[in-house]
Design a protein. Structure first.
Length: 78
């Protein structure tokens, strides 16, 4: 297609472990799309999940409320 989407990254408080951030993004994106979210909504949710993941070592261990809070409070970077 010819559509472009502007999906922000969210600035992490600290960078601890980037391992698994791509997988975390993919899961967040697919979860939102299957739930009926638009491409942009799913991208923002996935970006916030990745931000939370990079701030901790090991697998993603947040929940939906944590992701929404990150989307509402973290600094957006384009």
């Amino acid at each position: 297609g010819t559509d472009f989407y502007r999906i922000p990254a969210y600035k992490p408080g600290q960078i601890v472990d980037a391992t698994g951030c791509g997988d975390t993004y993919t899961i967040g994106y697919l979860y939102q799309r299957v739930s009926g979210a638009s491409i942009e909504e799913a991208g923002r949710f996935a970006a916030a999940m990745s931000t939370l993941k990079i701030e901790k070592s090991g697998p993603f261990c947040g929940n939906k409320e944590d992701v929404i809070r990150c989307m509402e409070t973290a600094e957006q970077m384009y």
